[in-house]
Design a protein around this ligand. Structure first.
Ligand code: AMO
Length: 443
């Protein structure tokens, strides 16, 4: 038995009439009179095992087998009777008549949650407290299969656009960019801070490579209890030089998003269908100035914005409007007021009170922020002062531009929010493997 090679469940339809070795988890075991049925799953699918009464060895070996046991079976691949072929999850048309069955490992006690149901039916806390176990559930795993495809597709789109991948430090000597949402840590005999964006480093990378991207951890010390914030997330950042304007940056982000959605639509059809979801249609993403969005909200929804800043309700409404008017699940809001954007944002050439920036919204939630940056050292120094900050705290950053840098811009895209909105998950935490929030540091 030892020397036989493992066959994956996906491969069983090609092995009709052969004896194969399968390994996996027991989803469920059913006894029908003297017959024992076991639904076995591995990473490629699920198949029904059948143990016949004329195989007392296998009946004996299976007698204690329960859900979530890990087993190995040698069995004959047979055609599954047509009347049984109505279960979409199972490998169609095939069942395995068990010859030998061995237990590889078994749970010490019953699992804290029943992972065999398609819908787990537990609340968010229970799901997260039992995260490792919950990952055995087909719908929970689907989230992270899609997440994996999002990461791969982002990487692929960036490389296709000739962006160079960089990794920038997450431990910083100073909390220069703002301060309030930095985590302070002990670093030997002094204080250090966890990076809340790769912003300065990606601009530095851009100044040499023209185009860089990073897939990296971002830390935010925000005491938020919302459905779209966590304190540690994975940012999909990019920065590109020699742009004519912020439009070039939005074009590149639009191309990237379409690539991600197209790939997920093709590779993750089964996972999406578990959630009854489809990826957004391949339509042009509308670009609306924030001031125009403000007018739309007032006229269409009777909603007034405070300080011309759009809140989460406004973001939901504008997405609803765009879906209705343009059939798009995404929208760029552009030209945010100077007062609402970081000091490095390029002011609009015709209006110093607005910036060449944007947010990208997807089904009601902001998934990316970006814009053109100031690339002139003197202008940047002046802007730092205007924001009430001290240029001497930014000398490494200003140096990037002192030695010459092209007009440039980029974005920061939240990877988990993409998946959250793609599957309409109630909380971003469902799309984070082991989320960190104000209260949660484990598992
Ligand atoms: P910003 O702070 O808007 O921009 O962040 C960019 C994107 O990151 C995601 N995001 C979050 N996701 C989960 N939990 C959070 N607490 C959280 N905070 C932000 C969002 C958001 O759109 N340096 C700029 C980017 C740039 O201009 O290039 C920045 O960090 O999807």
């Amino acid at each position: 038995m030892e020397s036989k090679k493992r066959t994956l469940i996906r491969e069983t339809p090609d092995c009709m009439g052969e004896t194969v070795r399968l390994q996996g988890w027991v989803d469920i075991r059913r006894d029908h009179g003297k017959l024992v049925f076991i639904d076995l799953r591995d990473r490629t699918g699920e198949v029904q095992l059948i143990i016949l009464p004329d195989n007392p060895g296998a009946i004996e070996a299976a007698k204690d087998v329960r859900s979530e046991f890990l087993i190995e079976v040698d069995g004959l691949v047979k055609e599954r009777p047509a009347k049984m072929q109505n279960d979409a999850v199972k490998t169609g048309g095939v069942e395995i008549e068990v010859v030998e069955l061995r237990i590889i490992a078994k749970p010490e006690t019953e699992l804290p949650i029943d992972v065999s149901q398609t819908d787990l039916g537990v609340n968010l806390d229970t799901l997260l407290n039992n995260r490792t176990i919950a990952l055995r559930n087909v719908k929970v795993r689907a989230v992270f299969s899609i997440y994996s495809e999002v990461l791969r597709s982002y990487d692929e789109a960036m490389r296709a656009g000739e962006f160079v991948e960089i990794k920038t430090p997450k431990i910083l000597g100073s909390a220069t960019e703002g301060g309030a949402n930095f985590f302070k840590i002990k670093y030997f005999d002094r204080d250090a801070f966890l990076a809340q964006s790769p912003q300065f480093y990606k601009q530095a990378g851009m100044s040499a490579f023209e185009r860089v991207f990073e897939i990296g951890t971002v830390f935010r010390a925000e005491p938020h209890f919302t459905t779209r914030h966590v304190n540690e997330y994975t940012g999909l950042d990019a920065e590109m030089g020699f742009i004519d304007g912020v439009t070039d940056v939005m074009d590149e982000l639009e191309r990237t998003m379409k690539h991600i959605f197209r790939n997920v639509g093709i590779s993750c059809e089964a996972e999406l269908s578990l959630y009854g979801e489809a990826v957004p249609g391949d339509v042009e993403i509308p670009r609306i100035r924030l001031s125009d969005a403000e007018d739309i909200l007032r006229k269409e929804y009777g909603k007034e914005l405070e300080n011309h800043d759009i809140d989460s309700e406004g973001e939901r409404m504008i997405c609803e409007y765009v879906k209705k008017e343009y059939g798009s699940d995404l929208v760029f809001l552009t030209h945010y007021p100077t007062s609402l954007r970081p000091f490095y944002s390029m002011p609009s050439p015709d209006d110093a009170l607005t910036t060449e920036t944007f947010d990208l919204l997807f089904r009601g939630v902001e998934i990316a922020s970006g814009g053109q940056r100031i690339h002139d050292a003197e202008m940047l120094t002046g802007n730092i002062r205007k924001f009430g900050l001290d240029p001497s705290d930014f000398s490494d950053y200003i140096d990037i531009f002192r030695y010459g840098a092209p007009p440039h811009g980029g974005w920061g895209l939240g990877s988990e929010r993409i998946v959250q909105k793609m599957l309409t998950l109630g909380s971003i935490k469902e799309a984070v493997l082991y989320p960190r929030d104000v209260k949660r540091l484990a598992p």
